[in-house]
Design a protein around this ligand. Structure first.
Ligand SMILES: NC(=O)c1ccc[n+]([C@@H]2O[C@H](COP(=O)([O-])OP(=O)(O)OC[C@H]3O[C@@H](n4cnc5c(N)ncnc54)[C@H](OP(=O)(O)O)[C@@H]3O)[C@@H](O)[C@H]2O)c1
Length: 323
């Protein structure tokens, strides 16, 4: 028998796949007493997670349903196994990235703004370049939308989601460049030390690395400066992976464009310069969250509990204390 701790309000339908040997323990959101739990499935609400953990006794495994565990690892005791949600976001996050790339290249945010003003302006009425270029650059971006075909897409953080992005981009006829911590072949992945060499080649740069001490500010002023004029920076990782000040400056100078699901800070406060920066599309950290994802997540959680009961190795272990 294993006591599996879940949020008190978790829907019954998400628990149907849990094995017989799992005793489901519903953890009160506002409880003050201690609750005995062996295997804790973290709630999605991040703010209360640490507080909830302080009311749990006997926890041996913590299963996060998020790919990034940067917000859990610092406060979790070292004798607890931590598993992340690697893989369960692949579909939702990669679909968001492909959608954001297409929306930006096809200029959907611009047309939505025009729709809200009830303005019909086709190519003939379009004045000035998309990027507001002057001088010799005038006309370069004087287009209604661009094709993705033929573009070069650099995936910075070629892991589970990165590979899913590539699989979904394949039919568009793009060239893919890949960067991870360490280099490998088949497919060719370059080490992060090659990032600066690769940046000037890319039309689209997708950040999908975890937030760590090494990746904080990975896309800084220098990296943004190396991007092609007019290139699109897509951040589906964490806001702090990109230096916000440098990004705002590059956007305001019409040097690059951006599609962001994550920002630094989050939530982005009213009045922050990113909100109105030109050629910048923002969604409020929703890329990984879909109804289908939640079902996928709990099927994975149930499979982890089954492995635990069978004494099999758990998947997605990021902090291994043994159990
Ligand atoms: N926007 C959203 O809603 C959303 C949803 C899901 C995930 N995410 C973010 O996406 C991240 C990636 O998820 P994933 O499931 O694809 O993780 P993953 O499978 O662990 O892949 C992470 C990749 O990042 C690379 N990496 C790590 N540190 C690096 C560094 N210092 N420099 C360059 N590359 C580095 C890894 O390289 P190696 O393979 O060489 O180790 C790996 O290829 C998550 O951590 C999370 O922050 C966001």
């Amino acid at each position: 028998m294993v006591r599996v701790g879940v949020d008190e309000k978790l829907s019954e339908e998400l628990l149907v796949d849990f094995p017989q040997g799992a005793e489901i323990v519903r953890i009160p959101r506002k409880g003050t007493g201690m609750v005995d739990v062996d295997f804790w499935i973290l709630p999605f609400a991040r703010k209360s997670a640490q507080e909830t953990f302080s009311h749990l006794r006997g926890v041996r495994v913590v299963q996060s349903m998020m790919a990034g565990v940067d917000w859990i690892a610092p406060w979790l005791p070292k004798d607890v196994v931590l598993c992340d949600g690697r893989g369960i976001h692949d579909i939702s996050a990669s679909e968001w990235v492909v959608g954001a790339i297409l929306a930006s290249l096809k200029r959907f945010p611009l047309y939505r703004d025009m729709q809200l003003r009830q303005e019909w302006k086709g190519q003939a009425a379009e004045r000035g370049g998309f990027l507001g270029e002057t001088g010799a650059q005038v006309g370069l971006y004087k287009v209604l939308g661009e094709d993705l075909a033929g573009k070069t897409v650099l995936i910075v953080g070629y892991g589970s989601i990165g590979a899913a992005i590539e699989a979904r981009l394949a039919p568009f006829g793009v060239r893919i460049l890949r960067v991870a911590r360490s280099a490998r072949t088949e497919p060719v992945v370059s080490a992060v030390g090659e990032l600066r060499r690769l940046l000037p080649e890319a039309d689209v740069v997708v950040a999908v690395v975890p937030l760590t001490e090494e990746t904080r500010g990975l896309i800084g002023a220098e990296e943004i400066g190396l991007m092609k004029r007019g290139a699109l920076l897509v951040n589906a990782a964490r806001g702090q992976v990109v230096a916000t000040d440098a990004l705002v400056e590059a956007l305001e100078q019409h040097r690059i464009r951006a599609a962001l699901d994550v920002t630094d800070p989050e939530p982005l406060p009213a009045g922050h310069p990113l909100w109105l920066a030109p050629n910048c599309m923002i969604t409020p950290h929703v890329g990984g969250s879909t109804p289908e994802f939640i079902h996928r997540a709990f099927r994975f959680g149930a499979a982890q509990v089954r492995r635990y009961l069978a004494g099999e190795p758990l998947e997605n272990v990021v902090l291994d204390a043994g159990y």
